[in-house]
Design a protein around this ligand. Structure first.
Ligand SMILES: NC(=O)c1ccc[n+]([C@@H]2O[C@H](COP(=O)([O-])OP(=O)(O)OC[C@H]3O[C@@H](n4cnc5c(N)ncnc54)[C@H](OP(=O)(O)O)[C@@H]3O)[C@@H](O)[C@H]2O)c1
Length: 282
């Protein structure tokens, strides 16, 4: 049995679909989700698994050979939530934990990495076989903002001339499905897209494809956090995002291991393809 947590999220849905496409029988996939009513269309077995409810997790993981533990989305609350997941996996004696972490989790200075590092350590402390998928930035973090960038003529950030090598959720999901179907226990993959770019190059690509002039405006970290908060992003999360750009400027979201390309067996989606798809969908 392959169990996928957070399978109703954007990444989890893609992983379940990818597993089915690879020929894993639906009866051998369990979607372990906080809101089972959102999972009816996944086409696999569904059980309740809320990171805040330890009992739900232990019963959800019973009989699991391979667990894909997708990190939760409530940054700041994940230390206890993730410990609950790890404890439940230990109690259920799952055969393998595959965890979606962050680039360079063991040495990253990003505020976002603190909970991932703690989770990796908790998993290792169980003694269970594991694989860490240290996912870099999602390309959608940028291509989701293309329409806004075209409208305002500007991409904002605090990343300076740092290079980032993001990949689409679909590419990260394909890597997770590949590992779940053919795991090498003990592996730690640093995952990023084949192509790296600065945010100036991102703005240039949007300009090229949209025909409108878009420039990158670099802000000091604190000012960028205030600007994001002004757009309605909760202050603590705005600060985490600005801090991530600080890390990006220092190369902490630049991954050139080639692990993602190797795992999925094809080139990752390029910036130009992703910007093109984003402009087409508007
Ligand atoms: N690499 C990056 O750039 C990047 C960017 C954003 C996030 N992330 C991380 O990657 C993860 C997956 O990304 P995504 O795009 O799939 O995020 P997403 O679409 O926001 O999905 C998050 C998933 O986490 C589930 N979840 C949240 N709290 C939970 C809880 N207490 N118990 C059980 N499930 C819970 C949500 O359940 P519901 O469906 O019930 O809401 C949802 O399915 C995120 O959660 C986050 O840790 C990475």
């Amino acid at each position: 049995m392959i169990t996928v947590t957070a399978a109703t999220g954007q990444l989890g849905r893609l992983v379940v679909a990818d597993l089915l496409e690879r020929g894993v029988p639906a009866s051998e996939i369990t979607a372990a989700v906080r809101n089972p009513e959102k999972a009816g269309d996944l086409g696999v077995r569904v059980v309740k698994a809320d990171y805040n409810e330890p009992d739900s997790l232990v019963s959800a993981f019973a009989g699991t050979d391979r667990l894909l533990f997708i990190s939760g989305s409530e940054a700041g609350s994940r230390a206890q939530q993730h410990q609950n997941v790890v404890d439940a996996a230990h109690k259920a004696n799952v055969g393998l934990i595959v965890y979606t972490s962050i680039a360079y989790a063991d040495r990253s200075s990003l505020a976002l990495a603190v909970e991932h590092k703690a989770t990796e350590e908790a998993i290792q402390a169980t003694g269970l076989p594991f694989v860490f998928l240290r996912n870099g930035w999602y390309l959608e973090n940028y291509t989701g903002q293309v329409a806004q960038a075209v409208e305002n003529g500007v991409v904002l950030g605090a990343a300076g001339d740092g290079r980032v090598s993001p990949a689409t959720r679909a590419d990260f999901a394909a890597a997770a499905a590949a590992v779940l179907t053919d795991p090498v226990p003990g592996s730690i993959y640093e995952l990023g897209g084949d192509e790296a770019f600065t945010l100036t190059e991102l703005a240039d690509e949007i300009s090229r494809q949209s025909g409108k002039t878009v420039v990158y405006r670099n802000l000091p970290e604190a000012e960028y956090a205030q600007t994001l908060a002004g757009f309605g992003i909760p202050q603590p999360f705005a600060e985490i995002l600005a801090d991530s750009d600080r890390g990006l400027s220092a190369g902490e979201l630049f991954v050139d291991s080639g692990d993602l390309h190797r795992l999925i067996g094809r080139p990752t989606t390029s910036l130009s393809e992703a910007v093109g798809a984003s402009l087409k969908s508007e």
